[in-house]
Design a protein around this ligand. Sequence first.
Ligand code: RET
Length: 262
Amino acid sequence: MDKGMDWMNETNWLWIGAVGMLAGSVLLFATGGRRTQDEEGHSLLHGFVPLFAAISYFAMAVHQGEATLSSGRVFLFARYLDWSVTTPALLLGLSMTALHGARRRVGLVAGLLTSDVVMIVTGLFFGASQVPFIKWVWYAASCIAFLAVLWVMFVPLMEEARARDQVRRDAYVRNAILLTVLWLIYPILVLAGPDGLGLLAPTPATAGIAVLDLVAKVVYGFVAMVGSKAITSADLIRGEVSAAEITTHAIPSGALRPARRA
Ligand code: RET
């Protein structure tokens, strides 16, 4: 590497991840809407996702979130802990968009989140594996769970989203496509990196995952939040939001005004 680029070592990429995630979390919490329970739920979910990632990046930057395996490979396990919390949160937000709240089709949503946790837990054991055969069994198991996640997103949840108004349907389709494109890069990048085939050295692999994580959590979070605000505004204008679903601090006078604009 060029001498002038020495500062771009693996630890500094982890610091970029930690600071970027913390800043993204603060911005998402600060700019998120709070007019209805649904909108508030989205704002909190998308604010907490990068906060969990910041915890994981900080732990990895200070070398707590890693373990040195007997082969000598340094395994950054903290990212799998991050993903085990943040990927279900992202899918819960997406489900709430399709279903108009998280209380409908609870079994389907629970199945989606459970498949996702299976994907990450088997991924963790894939990353920790040193015996090749066992490693590829874990990788295959994780990919099968990922297919189950994609199936729920594009079959039953898509059908639910299609049955709703245009604003909600458009937001769901946009979020589902963006999320899928970003998430598909993970199994490829991790496969190429030190946890997989080792084609990529630790520094470029960590840099790639840090940038991908920032886009999948912070940039995606903002896109999802814009969608959630548009849905909330449309619901309020149509007068479709019951008094119980309106958050009280959205109504300074104390009177219920269902048709407030953003
Ligand atoms: C692993 C292991 C190998 C097989 C598969 C994987 C999928 C990982 C995914 C991660 C998504 C992470 C996100 C984080 C930030 O918000 C675990 C690499 C399929 C899809 C979106």
